[in-house]
Design a binder for this molecule. Structure first.
Ligand SMILES: NC(=O)C1=CN([C@@H]2O[C@H](COP(=O)(O)OP(=O)(O)OC[C@H]3O[C@@H](n4cnc5c(N)ncnc54)[C@H](OP(=O)(O)O)[C@@H]3O)[C@@H](O)[C@H]2O)[C@H](O)CC1
Ligand SMILES: [K+]
Length: 502
């Protein structure tokens, strides 16, 4: 399996420019793109039918004119509606408009309801601002018509870099894109607008470009770093993860995380519990052990034993000063550490103080696993927060928020959701896509934190462990399907691991 880069629009323009510089004319690329779109359209409409092609003012529209010509030559009844008359186009798009060579009606006259297939070539990677006016109306008519839509490159109105809707956006059944996918194909709502995405090779290489390295999350990213079991080794070689339990009445989250860590392959896993919560934890634990710590000082004492090499804390700890002190003890001990839920929310409005703790020189990784609300509370208050933290929280793009927090806190960030982003402090990121809506269930996030800790306990580097955990967690959940509860996720891991490790 090869890594799947996701290029933003600037990188795509650069890839385009390099290809042209190396001798392939831009119009040749447009002919290939248009042909790939026509092929995809023919797969959606195998019999001759009525095709409406909507063409915008730039090169995306140019691809549309080429596709229209090919579809007409293949026997379809093609109508082209365009935002600009062909005479007003320039460059490759003008050439493509002339290649079409037949009538073009104004966009306002386009009738998607009368088409068997709509080809959307209004805007691609060049979308520069929110759509307005007649385009918004045309998109509303397309979405309201309920006819199958093929989007060329990006559903028009979706920002290729962020997946956000810019004013209005086409809802496509399929999207044919070129060279590689773009972040907006994986980030919601873009992912939902794009439908099934196919990538056509038009002779443009996605490799070796400057700028952020963003990839689709998959085993090719992290399997080479996956801990392999030494046949002659023993459990102590596979680390000892500690998971912090909440007080009586709040203990389940830690046990879910601990189970995730153990199933992920940690040699030993212990729940750190107060004496008061010991009985309830003991009643529910078998393979997982327990350690009693009643306060952060006792936790620090426990951590003088360097066999405890991975920590997970946050879920159900409670929000406030006490939890902050446990987090401080954990970070001072410099172990591979996962901070989730209340461990993050306890620093609401104290982003700078939190970042100072996380940024202190350390050997082992810190992984933060917020959902959007936790990221917002951490970075934007309530309370006094720096302009820098507030700016990161306010970034429109999920990818930019995750990368921003990772750099700010010098930590690996897992920004959870249907399109979970894992970001490193250096600016690389992966976007996950194998999840399932059933994963949105109580305790699911607790299991995820435990899996990350379980992998890091075995020595897996933080970024790879986080990306791997997100993928395996999603895979286990998606395989289980309807009726999933958090307890099922650790139990689904062995099958996922068997398939991964062979
Ligand atoms: N990347 C490749 O290898 C190839 C890509 N191709 C196709 O080209 C498009 C990208 O083409 P580009 O011309 O850069 O951009 P678009 O066609 O998406 O749109 C640019 C035009 O749209 C105008 N614009 C931008 N935003 C708006 C808006 N909100 N409302 C109205 N008009 C807008 C923009 O005008 P400006 O006023 O901003 O100057 C442009 O006129 C890519 O997606 C592929 O489909 C090649 O064909 C093959 C190689
Ligand atoms: K488009």
């Amino acid at each position: 399996m090869r890594m799947q880069p996701l290029l933003n629009s600037r990188q795509m323009r650069e890839a385009d420019r390099r290809t042209i510089e190396n001798g392939t004319p831009g119009f040749t690329l447009m002919l290939r793109a248009g042909e790939a779109a026509a092929d995809a359209a023919c797969r959606m409409l195998p019999q001759a039918g009525r095709v409406l092609v909507l063409c915008g003012p730039g090169n995306n529209g140019g691809d549309g004119f080429v596709a229209a010509r090919i579809l007409a030559d293949r026997g379809h009844r093609v109508t082209v509606a365009a935002m600009k008359p062909v005479a007003d186009l320039s460059g490759d798009a003008a050439e493509a408009g002339h290649l079409w060579g037949e009538a073009v009606c104004p966009l306002a006259a386009a009738d998607p309801a009368g088409a068997d297939l709509v080809v959307d070539a209004l805007f691609g990677t060049g979308l520069a601002r929110d759509l307005q006016g007649e385009v918004v109306e045309a998109i509303a008519r397309v979405n309201g018509a309920g006819r199958p839509v093929l989007a060329i490159d990006v559903p028009s109105g979706i920002d290729a870099d962020t997946g956000l809707v810019r004013g209005a956006a086409v809802k496509a059944e399929r999207t044919v894109t070129f060279a590689c996918r773009k972040p907006g194909h994986l980030l919601y709502p873009g992912r939902a607008h794009a439908g099934a995405v196919e990538v056509a090779d038009i002779g443009v290489s996605c490799m070796g470009l400057d700028g952020p390295a963003v990839h689709a999350n998959g085993p090719e990213i992290w399997l080479p770093a996956f801990p392999r079991i030494d046949p002659a080794g023993h459990k102590y070689d596979r680390g000892h993860a500690l998971v912090l339990s909440g007080g009586p009445g709040h203990t389940g989250a830690a046990r879910l995380a601990a189970r995730g860590a153990l199933r992920a392959g940690a040699g030993l896993v212990s729940v750190v519990t107060s004496a008061r919560a010991l009985a309830v934890n003991a009643a529910h634990l078998t393979a997982i052990m327990m350690r009693v710590c009643d306060d952060p000082d006792e936790f620090s004492d426990l951590l003088t034993d360097d066999r405890f090499n991975a920590l997970a804390l946050g879920p159900a700890l409670g929000v406030g000063e006490a939890t902050r002190r446990w987090v401080e003890a954990a970070l001072e001990a410099d172990r591979a550490t996962v901070l989730d839920a209340d461990a993050l929310t306890s620093f609401s409005g104290m982003a700078e103080g939190f970042a100072a703790l996380a940024r202190a020189p350390r050997e082992h990784p810190v992984v933060l696993t917020p959902h959007e609300g936790e990221l917002r509370r951490l970075l934007a208050g309530p309370g006094e927060v720096s302009a820098e933290a507030r700016e990161i929280a306010g970034r429109p793009s999920k990818l930019d928020r995750a990368v921003g927090l990772a750099a700010f806190a010098n930590a690996i960030v897992v920004l959870k959701g249907a399109d979970t982003v894992v970001a490193s402090p250096e600016g690389s990121a992966v976007i996950n896509e194998n999840g399932s809506p059933y994963l949105g269930t109580a305790g699911s996030g607790d299991v995820l934190g435990g899996i990350v800790a379980g992998l890091m306990a075995q020595g897996m580097p933080g970024f790879e462990a986080a990306a791997c955990a997100v993928w395996m967690h999603a895979e286990a959940g998606a395989r289980f399907g309807p009726g999933l509860i958090a307890e099922d996720i650790p139990e689904g891991l062995p099958a996922v691991l068997r398939d991964l490790l062979g």
